[in-house]
Design a protein around this ligand. Sequence first.
Ligand code: NAI
Ligand code: MG
Length: 359
Amino acid sequence: MADVKKIAVIAGDGIGPEVVAEAIKAMKKTEEVFGYGFEFEHGLFGGIAIDEKGTPLPEDTLAMCKRSDAVLLGAVGGPKWDNNSKELRPETGLLGIRKALGLFSNIRPANVFDCLKEASTLKPEVLEGTDLIVVRELTGGIYFGEKFRREGENGQEAVDTCVYNVNEIERIVRQAFEIARTRSKRLASVDKANVLETSRLWRETVIRIATDYPDVELEHVLVDNCAMQLLRRPASFDVIVTENMFGDILSDEAAMLTGSIGMLSSASLGEGAFGLYEPVHGSAPDIAGQGIANPIATILSVALMFRLTFGYHDAAEAIERAVKEVLDAGHRTGDIAVDKSKAIGTTAMGDLIVNAIRK
Ligand code: NAI
Ligand code: MG
């Protein structure tokens, strides 16, 4: 048996616990099938932690994450806490945990399942073969630069500053090259180097680091052009790396290629193999407690964990194959069903996928 990996589980609020339960079932199945070993430890986080401990990110939950090899997160938030003060809001816990764990990149795959092409707003022939990953820088750029107001000659002015240092750029660009190496070895670096000084530094850094990765084919794409090409030729992209704000926008655009938010997985990474894995969607308070949430985004987040943190490529592929097999057989949760009357629930979908995981 491989060494036992410690998984910190923070199920969170709303549908979080429902979808996380199915992902854990999938992990346990890979223990049986591939001989991997996992030890699960559960912690409070988000709204439920506010209710029980008076803070969205309790110390013991953070300590649990720090001694783990990877974190599996459901979702946090809900109307109950929306009007709380900032330090008592679930989202503050999300920002806090990313910072405390040194996570500086957010990784979102967008791959189109052939049998779900009808769920997208794009033409099936444009989507054919789309399988890309957006790597977004999380800690720098205009979201974190100095911001202030002042009186100008023509009334009030607002200033946001965009700052990047070369180390912040280098660490995420290296990570993106490494990920490209494990895939089809193509990297698109997205910037606005014709206008922005931070983008010029970004591009210089990418060009310098590229000499260490001669096996990866590199293209530079201006962000406005990238926004167009994602709709015109999505299948031609493999790994896209970009700064914080461009990545925020482009990753949401890429997400919509695939149709449903219930299918989208994500990872947040720092230095080394450690990562936090979660579905892109939120706590879906409108359907929480009904047993109808789609667990696929969370199950695919486990596949991402296997690939990026543990290098368990066989088990990652087995999970992705199982999801495809179940979808190809026509099984659908409500969010991806054309005929809603035939939709199945969270546990039924989880069971079908778990049963389809094999070598
Ligand atoms: P949401 O993603 O929770 O829901 C948007 C819509 O998609 C809803 O109609 C929901 O029912 C549906 N949906 C989402 N996931 C689904 C799934 N797995 N299966 C089937 N349908 C699904 O986004 P919304 O409504 O904007 O936010 C709800 C709460 O979640 C808020 O408190 C928000 O702050 C929080 N949130 C948390 C995130 C996180 O934990 N990382 C991310 C996004 C939102
Ligand atoms: Mg966004």
